[in-house]
Design a protein around this ligand. Structure first.
Ligand code: C5P
Length: 308
C-alpha cells in the first residue's frame, strides 16, 4: 500500500500551570491536554525515487524549517541506525485547516502524524515509546500526539498520564495575532511559581459538565501576561466571555470556551461570527482519543494481514 491519508488533530490545554524554570531553560509544567475534532490532514505517497518532498495548497510553507520534514528526516536517520537504508522516497501533501501559531498544537500534531504514518509505511516497527522520545526532540508538546489520549502533561509536557475528561463542546477563537511561545516563556513577568498538585487533587472522575468546568477553572498561568502583551487576545476573551467562561489555550493565541450542548455553542457562534477582532472561529467537540489512532490501527492490520 503506497498511499496513506491520515488526520492530525488539534489539542486544547484545558489548564496550564507553570511550576518553575529549569536549568535547561525549559519550564516544569502541569497541563491538561484534551483532543478536539478539528484536524489537519496529511497524505503520504511512497515514491520509487528516494527523497522527501512536501506540498501544501492552503498556506505557504517554510520547507527548510518545517516540522513535518524534520520529523520525516529524524525517522529516516533512526531507520538508518537500525540498518534500514534505501527507504522509498515520500511525497507528503498537507491539507492545513488548523490555525497556525494558535496554541492548539497544529504543527506538533502534523509532526507526530508524520512519525506514526512513516513508521507504518516504511515498516520500521518502532515502539510508541521510541516514537515519543523522537517526538520530544521536535517539541515539548509533540509526545502527547504520539500517545493519542487526553493526558496530564508534566515535566516539559512529555511526562504523560492518560486522563478521561468529560467530552463536551467548545468554541475556539483565533484573534488576529500570533504568539511566540518562546517569548512568553522567557518573559520576565511570567508567573512561574504555581504549586504542583498531586494527580488525586485534580477534580475528575465524574463525566459531568460541572467536572469539566472545575478542571478548566484551574486556569492558565500564561494568560495574564499574554493578554497584556496582545490586546486582541484580551478582547477575544471578553467577547467569548459574554457567552461562557473563556480561557487561553497553551501560550495562545487561541481562546476557548466550553459548552454543555452543541445548540448552546451554536447560539454563541452566531453572535460572534463576523466580529472583526476574530480571524477564525470553530465549533469543535472534545475527544479523549485521537482520531489518528484508528487510522494507524487499520493500516497496521492491513499490513500484518497483507491486505492491499
Ligand atoms: O519545545 P518547543 O520547541 O515547543 O518549545 C518552544 C519554546 O517554549 C522553548 O524554546 C522554551 O523557550 C519554551 N518552553 C518552556 N518550557 C516548556 C515548553 C516550552 O520554557 N515546558
Amino acid at each position: 500500500m503506497g498511499v496513506l491519508r491520515v488526520p492530525a488533530p488539534a489539542k486544547l490545554n484545558l489548564f496550564l500551570k507553570v511550576l518553575n524554570r529549569r536549568s535547561d531553560g525549559y519550564h516544569n509544567l502541569q497541563t491538561l491536554f484534551h483532543f478536539i475534532d478539528a484536524c489537519d490532514w496529511l497524505t503520504f505517497e511512497l515514491k520509487d525515487q528516494p527523497g522527501l518532498t512536501l506540498a501544501c495548497e492552503q498556506t505557504e510553507l517554510n520547507t527548510t524549517d518545517n516540522l513535518i520534514l524534520k520529523a520525516a528526516r529524524l525517522l529516516e536517520a533512526e531507520a538508518r541506525q537500525h540498518g534500514k537504508t534505501n527507504l522509498p522516497g515520500v511525497h507528503i501533501r498537507l491539507e492545513k485547516h488548523l490555525p497556525v501559531g494558535g496554541g492548539i498544537g497544529g504543527g506538533s500534531s502534523d509532526a507526530a502524524t508524520t512519525l506514526l504514518a512513516l513508521n507504518q509505511l516504511w515498516h520500521l516497527r518502532l515502539s510508541r515509546q521510541r516514537l515519543a522520545e523522537l517526538a520530544l526532540s521536535l517539541g515539548a508538546d509533540v509526545p502527547v500526539f504520539i500517545l493519542g489520549q487526553s493526558a496530564l502533561g508534566e515535566g516539559r509536557g512529555e511526562i504523560l498520564t492518560s486522563m478521561d475528561i468529560p467530552e463536551f463542546f467548545y468554541l475556539l477563537a483565533k484573534p488576529r495575532c500570533h504568539v511566540s511561545t518562546a517569548e512568553v516563556f522567557q518573559h520576565q513577568e511570567l508567573t512561574r511559581d504555581s504549586s504542583p498538585r498531586t494527580i488525586r487533587a485534580f477534580p475528575g472522575g465524574a463525566q459531568s459538565f460541572q467536572a469539566l468546568l472545575e478542571l478548566i477553572a484551574i486556569g492558565n498561568d500564561c494568560q495574564s501576561l499574554v493578554t497584556k502583551l496582545y490586546p486582541e487576545i484580551d478582547q477575544t476573551i471578553a467577547l467569548l466571555g459574554e457567552s461562557a467562561h473563556a480561557q487561553l489555550t497553551g501560550t495562545g493565541a487561541c481562546v476557548f470556551a466550553a459548552f454543555e450542548t452543541r445548540d448552546s455553542a451554536e447560539q454563541a457562534l452566531v453572535r460572534l461570527q463576523g466580529n472583526p477582532v476574530i480571524e477564525q472561529i470553530l465549533l469543535v467537540k472534545g475527544m479523549n482519543h485521537s482520531p489518528l489512532n484508528k487510522h494507524i490501527q487499520d493500516v497496521k492490520h492491513r499490513t500484518e494481514h497483507n491486505i492491499t
